[in-house]
Design a protein around this ligand. Structure first.
Ligand code: HDE
Length: 702
């Protein structure tokens, strides 16, 4: 029989003999083949003549062990995964820069915060907490907001979240808290969800979790976009000036696009429309040059001021209302480059709150202190050894030198005989690094007099004043959503005693809240469980409400227009232009991918209606001929498109055919949020907000 051989890629170009691959040596990181060198090689640089067929003894087998090319390829593949992060496994990152516009030289020596002319490179990673790396982007969850500043004085990592408070007060409780929220260990579900017994068991037995839990139950747990979340360093840190004096600081990130959230039903359904909704949104915005940006804000306060607060500033379950200590905006972060490679950058980036630079310092927050240990420890396992700092994404961008040597995957070739200091053997070119007076110095805090104890400070026992303040700061709509979320989550709990205990605890936040949850569950209000410390009434903080601070803009928002055969092209264009002028990204969707509008030109649309449902838009429109509308009224994807848009309180620019046929099939009764497509100004105005007045007409709010 004649020997058949699948040819190598026909387009494969011959090896250019004069462009050898660049080999890493002399301490530089190894590079992939240079541009223009397109010959496939093994990892050892050996050219490969056939990447389609393994080596066989005969035409029909067996395959030979000798095939080192096959073995290398498969072995590398077998080792492609590293342990995912134990928390925050699902994340998306981007490169960018931070530009300071207000110097904090009065408070700190950190050049990051004193030199307004410098652009500091950053890498930011946003994440969910509970789910695995392959889980969806839109569970109800807090979002990680981690930023690595590659400063002139080394890497500074601000590893925060999109809520200003955390669930626990002491690092000792972190494994318990995470074990409770993650999938239950015997059944291995639910994935990426807090609506299950072990989470609410832990919350109801650990009242310090209530403040963050209330944030998670609010619409803050359902962000519309990673570009529309705030970020918080959470802990109190210190800024340290040249004389060693310290000022306390809390860090805030403020998104230029404003904070916006989904509503629950929409957030859930997006999981079926697009698992990667947030990642895609961030990617597409950056690729389109629509760079997401945040202002960095600081709350500065002294030890004396802190002593007057009715809460402990070292307690990570408490926030400092900005009505008490204003947030000063000092600079802007812009994310303008998507990583070239997800694994090399977003997966391998190793954040660590202990990455601290001169002029900033830690506080004694017991949660922060635990984190200072945990992150390096986890990186050693996840990235396989102490040299993960050599990976391009983790390496400082300023000069660095030390006497650390050897270890797994040493990527550099340090020169010289002496790997210690002081020494008298170094030759020119060797590492001769010495300590410097300008180096990192810890703030000299006065030591306490109490001696060693496993103890929490007195005010840490107040678990309910701030959840109450948060509740009192929300609008009626936002409160109704918190109640709905609690009712939903508790309805998923199997053990009745956990439900009862949770509602009993909620009475410490607000009696009406607890009563509404009990009513929503159809159960009597249980007896209150007295708290460790009776809460006080703090003034509401309007800054905590999303709706009170909503931005009047379509910037960064998406509009979908449904078109079909023969749709009036002038009307489509007018609607599109108006929305784009207001800042929206507009997509045309149809029953088929290619349609001819009224000008007869067949064009490719942005999506097909079942693959691009209204869930992925902030407002929708439709321009259809009467005949087409009649036809489409029989399509469930089209009916769902409008039913969901209406149910998710979105503005709709609906043509006559849509109203006459599709709305009828969907059972939609147009309200003030439904406008004519000709009324482009009315559509833009309506699209900027959700139609909150519609909500009570669609569902019973508890
Ligand atoms: Fe983390 N956390 N954490 N955390 N955390 C990790 O480090 C930990 C805490 C946060 O995008 C881990 O590299 C402990 C607070 C973010 O890569 C791990 C405690 C805040 C990220 C870890 C906390 C955070 C992490 C897992 C209590 C907000 C993702 C993988 C003492 C201020 C960073 C890793 C990224 C990741 C431990 C509490 C935010 C295990 C022990 C509070 C955004 O080291």
């Amino acid at each position: 029989m004649a020997t058949r051989k699948t040819p190598a890629r026909p387009e494969q170009k011959p090896r250019k003999a004069d462009t050898p691959p660049r080999r890493g040596n002399g301490g530089e990181p190894r590079q992939q083949a240079e541009d223009g060198y397109d010959t496939l090689t093994t990892a050892q640089g050996i050219p490969v003549s056939d990447n389609q067929n393994s080596l066989r003894a005969f035409e029909r087998g067996p395959t030979l062990l000798e095939d080192f090319i096959l073995r290398e390829k498969i072995t590398h593949f077998d080792h492609e995964r590293i342990p995912e992060r134990v928390v925050h496994a699902r994340g998306s990152g981007a490169h960018g820069y931070f530009q300071l516009n207000k110097s904090l030289a009065k408070y700190t020596t950190a050049r990051l915060f004193t030199e307004t002319k410098v652009r500091t490179p950053v890498f930011a990673r946003f994440s969910t907490v509970a789910g695995g790396a392959g889980s969806v982007d839109t569970p109800r969850d807090v979002r990680g907001f981690a930023v690595k500043f590659y400063t002139q004085e080394g890497n500074f990592d601000l590893v925060g979240n999109d809520f200003p408070v955390f669930a626990i007060q002491d690092a000792m409780k972190f494994p318990d808290f995470i074990h409770a929220v993650k999938m239950e260990p015997d059944r291995a579900f639910p994935q990426a969800a807090s609506a299950h017994d072990s989470f609410w068991d832990f919350v109801s037995l650990t009242p310090e979790t209530w403040h963050m839990t209330l944030w998670a139950m609010s619409d803050r747990g359902l962000p519309r976009s990673l570009r529309m979340i705030e970020g918080f360093g959470i802990h109190t840190f210190r800024l340290v000036d040249k004389d060693g004096r310290s000022t306390f600081v809390k860090f805030h990130w403020r998104p230029h696009l404003g904070v916006q959230s989904h509503i629950w039903d929409e957030h859930m359904k997006i999981q079926h429309a697009d698992n990667d909704f947030h990642r895609r949104d961030l990617f597409e915005a950056i690729q389109a040059g629509d760079f997401p940006a945040w202002d960095l804000g600081v709350q500065l306060f002294t030890e004396e001021q802190a002593a007057e607060f009715p809460f402990d500033h070292l307690d990570a379950t408490k926030l400092i209302p900005e009505e008490l200590v204003p947030v000063q905006l000092i600079g802007t972060m812009v994310l303008d480059r998507w990583p070239d490679n997800f694994f090399a950058e977003t997966e391998q980036v190793a954040f660590c709150p202990a990455n601290m630079i001169p002029g900033i310092d830690f506080s004694d927050d017991p949660l922060l202190q635990g984190r200072l240990f945990s992150y390096l420890d986890t990186q050693l396992l996840r990235l396989g050894g102490p040299n993960f700092t050599h990976l391009p994404i983790n390496a400082p961008k300023c000069p660095f030198a030390n006497h650390q040597r050897d270890g797994h995957m040493q990527m550099m070739v340090p020169k010289g005989r002496a790997a210690y200091e002081p020494n008298s053997l170094s030759q020119p070119g060797d590492t001769t690094a010495r300590e410097t007076a300008a180096g990192f110095r810890s703030f000299r805090a006065a030591a306490g007099e109490d001696g060693k104890q496993r103890i929490r400070a007195e005010l840490f026992a107040d678990h309910f004043s701030q959840p109450r303040m948060f509740w009192n700061s929300l609008t009626d709509i936002e409160r109704a959503h918190v109640v709905s979320a609690l009712v939903f989550e508790l309805s998923k709990v199997e053990n009745e005693h956990i439900i009862v205990r949770t509602v009993a605890q909620a009475r410490n936040i607000d009696e009406a809240l607890a009563q509404r949850v009990a009513d929503g569950l159809g159960m009597p209000l249980p007896a209150r469980i007295p708290p460790a410390r009776e809460p006080i009434d703090m003034p509401p903080s309007p800054a905590l409400s999303i709706l009170r601070n909503a931005k009047d803009t379509l910037q960064g928002r998406a509009v979908g227009i449904l078109v079909s055969e023969g749709s009036d092209v002038a009307q489509v264009n007018a609607l599109r232009k108006a929305a784009e002028k207001a800042g929206a990204q507009v997509k045309l969707i149809g029953p088929k991918l290619h349609v001819a509008l009224s000008d007869g030109k067949r064009r490719r649309l942005d999506g097909k209606v079942d693959g691009m449902p209204s869930l992925v838009f902030d407002a929708v429109g439709s321009v259809l001929s009467l005949d087409e509308a009649k036809k489409l009224a029989k399509e469930s994807a089209v009916i769902d498109f409008f039913r969901d848009a209406f149910g998710h309180l979105k503005a709709i620019a609906a043509c006559g055919g849509t109203r006459a046929h599709i709305f009828k099939a969907a059972g939609i009764k147009p309200d003030a949020g439904v406008v004519e497509p000709e009324d482009t100004a009315g559509f833009v105005a309506a699209a900027k907000v959700r139609q909150w007045a519609r909500e009570p007409t669609l569902r019973t709010l508890p």
